[in-house]
Ligand binder design. Sequence first.
Ligand SMILES: [Fe+2]
Length: 455
Amino acid sequence: MPSSQPTDARGLALTGIDASAIDTYEALITDSYYYRLGVQDRLDSFLLEQPAFGLGHVFKGYSLMTDGVLASHGKAAMHLETAEALPATPRERLHQEALRAWLDQDPQARGLAWEQILAEWPLDLLAFRQHTGTLFWMGNKQHQAMVAASVASRWESDDIPGHALFLSAYSFAMEEVGHYAEAERAAKKALESQPQDLWAIHALAHVLEMQVRRKEGIALLEHSAAFLNDYNLFRGHLWWHLAMFKYAEGAFDEILELLDREIYPGTSSFYLDIQNAASMLIRLEVQGVSVGTERWERLAQASLQTAAQNTIWFTTLHHVLSLQRSGRDSAVNEALAYAEAQADSGSEQALLAAWISEAAVAYSRGESQLALDSLLTLRQDFGLLGASHVQQDIYQQIMISAAMQIDDWPRVRQLLKERKAVRIWDPASLEQFKVLARQIDEFRTIEQVNAELRQ
Ligand SMILES: [Fe+2]
């Protein structure tokens, strides 16, 4: 590398950027992973000022791909083509390979490119955050944790720029495989550097949720409420987590108020907003709460725009429920046809999403036996659509609700126990599980089941 070649804050060579612009680039990376508002507009302006900075174009491409809709792919491809025509280091070329594979819907090649980067340049924050983030939506929790653990020894010093941004993603990766103490330690350490790091707060909220530390969860998120709305749309997911803790308390009116004020106030088509709102409405309905038609209608307006171009397959179930609940059968069929077409093009996730979504539509139409039978055959594969353990609970909610509707009590009790088994992480939680399982064996009423479903 020529001695004059600029480097990022972690000493990794950059091509085509003025040395004077590196601080701006670092701020864009940092602010992006801190979910600050306006980063994409700033990045667009930055690329106009630094048009020969290939990695900057790839970063923009990554950002567009994380929109989760096909409509963003054309623009991402343009940025990639710009980058590919520019000089680049081998590391920067690997980033281009990853983005190319993403556009080609080849997640394995995408992951291999990022892993090759991390093997040689473990401090490549962009590769680490993108790789772990996409593994999450591919349902590869173990792989996500392996990637995080395999670079951790190289990130031990607090002095490494971006150290906290490593820690928050490491924390969430550890949480999703049940290493709660390590996840909590890392999240709290990240929050020492940046108390408003939404991803670290999120990882900690998951630990508290999985360990049933409800009061601490509510305290954490109510404290965060003071600044959440200074951040981008990811904030809605933290509001959702607060609502999930409230759900456990049966505070349904408060949840509806949170839903209309913070979680889904308009008609956002952002995939996470749709997941948050639809899954909460279904949970409330399972509890017997009347949520009205207006909320489903707003969600349906968004689903009409994005259901047939969605690329994050856990969302499909939420799209079709919104469309079915608002009486749009033809749009449901279009969303399912889109998923099936993507499956025909080789996406295993799309095929699974289509099957699960068909079953969810059957549930929504009151065809409970059909819905339950379908979901029972698919349930070992639910995790392949990604999402957290807490988000994936929507499948159990629907199955248990369907089993209750057909008075299949042995199945209700079995599914309730199965649902709790993911929360065993140490000898003490195993003992708690055994006690709870004996209690569930005695469940005979809807009230008992509903109370358990809130937990
Ligand atoms: Fe979450």
